[in-house]
Write a protein that binds this ligand. Structure first.
Ligand code: ZN
Length: 257
C-alpha cells in the first residue's frame, strides 16, 4: 500500500492521539518537503533528535521522511528561521525529506512510548502512571524484576542502554519499587517521592536533584536523556512497517547527555 505523507501522518495521529496532549511543540508534520501531494512515502529514517547529522544520514539513505522525538518549533524558542535552523530546514527541503515529530504522545503511548519501551527493556512492571488520575500519563511507577542495590540497578542500566548512569544515593535501602520518566523529567522526583518508591529514574539531572534525593531518602538515577529516549521512535516505526510496509532505518546520533 503506497501512502502519501498526509495518509501516513493521519495513521500515526490516530495511534498517538496528539490532540490529547498540551505539548511544547507541534506534533505530526513539522516540515512538508514532499515533491507533490500524492508522492508516496517508501522509506523513512528515525532518530531521537532532528539534528544536522541525522538529516545528513537521511539524505545519504534517500529517505522520504524523517520521524523523530525531538523536532523543531519549541515553545519559547525564536520563531525566525536563521542559523542552524535555516541550514537544517534547507537540507530537508532541498532533498524532499519531510519532518515528522511526536513529543509527549511518544513519551506516553502505553505500548510504544519511550516510557513503556524503557520498562520493557529493563524488565520493570508498571503499576500505573506517576500522575494519579491522568488519562495519558507521562512517566510510570512499578516494580523491578527482583530486589536490587542501587549499584546493581546502575549496572543493569549500563548493560541495557550502553551508557553509564549517574547514581545519587538516597540511603542504604534496596530497590523494589521504582518510578521512571524518560528525558528531562528530574523535577518529577517530588511525584516519585509522593508515590513512596525506592528509586526514580529519568534522563537528565539538576544540581538541586542531588540534595532532594539525599535529604528525602530516595535514590535518583540520571540515565541519559538521549539514552532513555531511543526506543519509542523505533517501536513506532516497527508498528508503522507492520501496518503499511514502509521501510525504516533507525540512526543513532550519539549524545552524551
Ligand atoms: Zn526528550
Amino acid at each position: 500500500m503506497a501512502l502519501t505523507l498526509k495518509d501516513m501522518v493521519a495513521l500515526l495521529d490516530q495511534e498517538l492521539q496528539p490532540g490529547q496532549f498540551k505539548d511544547y511543540c507541534p506534533n505530526g508534520i513539522q516540515v512538508d518537503a514532499s515533491v507533490s501531494p500524492d508522492a508516496p512515502i517508501k522509506k523513512i529514517v528515525t532518530g531521537v533528535t532532528a539534528c544536522q547529522a541525522l538529516i545528513d544520514k537521511a539524505i545519504e539513505l534517500k529517505a522520504d521522511a524523517l520521524l523523530v522525538h525531538h523536532g523543531y518549533f519549541w515553545r519559547g524558542e525564536e520563531s525566525v528561521i536563521t542559523g542552524i535552523k535555516r541550514r537544517r530546514i534547507e537540507s530537508l527541503l532541498a532533498n524532499n525529506i519531510s519532518l515528522i515529530a511526536y513529543h509527549l504522545p511518544l513519551d506516553a503511548h502505553p505500548v510504544m512510548g519511550n516510557n513503556a519501551e524503557l520498562a520493557r527493556l529493563m524488565e520493570w512492571t508498571s503499576a500505573g502512571g506517576m500522575e494519579p488520575g491522568a488519562k495519558l500519563p507521562v512517566g510510570n511507577w512499578g516494580t523491578t524484576r527482583s530486589e536490587l542495590s542501587l549499584a546493581s540497578l546502575g549496572q543493569e542500566i549500563t548493560d541495557k542502554l550502553g551508557r553509564e548512569p549517574l547514581l545519587i544515593s538516597g540511603g542504604n535501602h534496596a530497590i523494589k519499587t521504582i518510578a521512571w520518566c524518560t528525558g528531562a523529567a528530574q523535577s518529577m522526583i517530588d511525584k516519585a517521592l509522593a508515590l513512596g518508591v525506592d528509586a526514580f529514574v529519568s534522563g537528565e539531572i539538576s544540581e538541586s536533584t542531588v540534595h532532594f534525593a539525599r535529604e528525602n531518602g530516595i535514590h535518583y538515577v540520571s540515565a541519559g536523556h538521549h539514552a532513555t529516549e531511543r526506543y519509542g521512535v523505533q517501536a513506532l516505526a516497527r508498528w508503522l512497517h507492520n501496518e503499511t510496509g514502509i521501510e525504516h532505518t533507525f540512526v543513532d546520533i550519539d549524545s552524551p547527555v
